[in-house]
Design a protein around this ligand. Structure first.
Ligand code: SF4
Ligand code: FES
Length: 247
């Protein structure tokens, strides 16, 4: 198929940036979206032009790097997939595709489609972990009973890959689905209880410091999340925060 691409080009963090139009031809419907971008970049390099910078790593829906806003949707028109898992068969010959970076004040654009998501790292560093006492008296994890329901819900929350699609899709640029998932994966397990109060307070404080907006229950984040993270995690995080404030 032959396509017209309208892509956000921005030289650096202080450049104003603009949309630039490109044509690509003979794109196979079996290609992934990133493979189509590779074709464009090879074309640009052979013409002596600067290739389009975009983030990617695993190319199999695991790392959360491939942050593209495609035709007005984070990770494009398919559901439950990241940009690297999006196939060109979702588009038609002759289509014009608009490609932008994830936009949020807390995700500044570094270059073209690459944004700085280190704000997520700082939220994780504020409490998204469990400290293990290695004094020699550490209990074998397999000896701690956990109900199947709690284990399943914790595992579901832990599937968040930190891609930031929830933030990019939210009219408030809220990170509450991400932070809710990261708080929930520990709040549901006995191992997470010891640091529960500090965890939720510190992570929410850092989230606010980074400049993310608040949640107004629109639900766009849940729809656009490639891992199907549920809004229930936001409610659980709010309950955890309320419990922590009473201690
Ligand atoms: S909650 Fe979903 S959309 Fe948000 S960072 Fe995690 S995987 Fe990505
Ligand atoms: S490149 Fe890793 S999730 Fe897309």
């Amino acid at each position: 198929m032959n396509l017209t691409l309208k892509i956000w080009r921005q030289r650096n963090i202080s450049d104003k940036g603009k949309m630039v139009e490109y044509k690509v031809t003979d794109i196979s419907e079996h290609m992934s979206f990133l493979e189509m971008m590779d074709v464009l970049n090879e074309q640009l390099v052979s013409q002596g032009e600067e290739p389009v910078a975009f983030d990617h790593d695993c190319r199999e829906g695991i790392c959360g790097m491939c942050s593209m806003y495609i035709n007005g949707e984070a990770h494009g028109p398919d559901r439950g997939v990241t940009t690297c898992q999006l196939h060109m068969r979702m588009f038609n010959d002759g289509d014009t595709i608009t490609i932008e970076p994830f936009r949020a004040a807390a995700f500044p654009v570094i270059k073209d489609l690459v944004v700085d998501r280190s704000s997520f790292d700082r939220i994780q560093q504020a409490g998204g972990y469990i400290s293990i006492n290695t004094s020699g008296n550490t209990q074998d994890a397999n000896a701690i009973p956990i109900s199947k329901h709690a284990a399943d819900e914790a595992m579901d929350a832990a599937t968040c890959i930190g891609c930031g699609a929830c933030v990019a899709s939210c009219k408030n640029s809220s990170a509450m689905l991400f932070v809710g998932a990261k708080v929930s994966q520990y709040a549901l397990l006995p191992q997470g209880q010891i640091e529960a109060v500090d965890r939720v307070q510190n992570m929410v404080t850092q989230m606010d410091l980074e400049g993310f907006g608040n949640c107004t229950n629109t639900g766009a984040c849940e729809i656009e999340c490639p891992k199907g993270i549920s809004l229930e995690n936001i409610a659980r995080m709010n309950r955890e925060l309320m419990k922590a404030s009473l201690k």
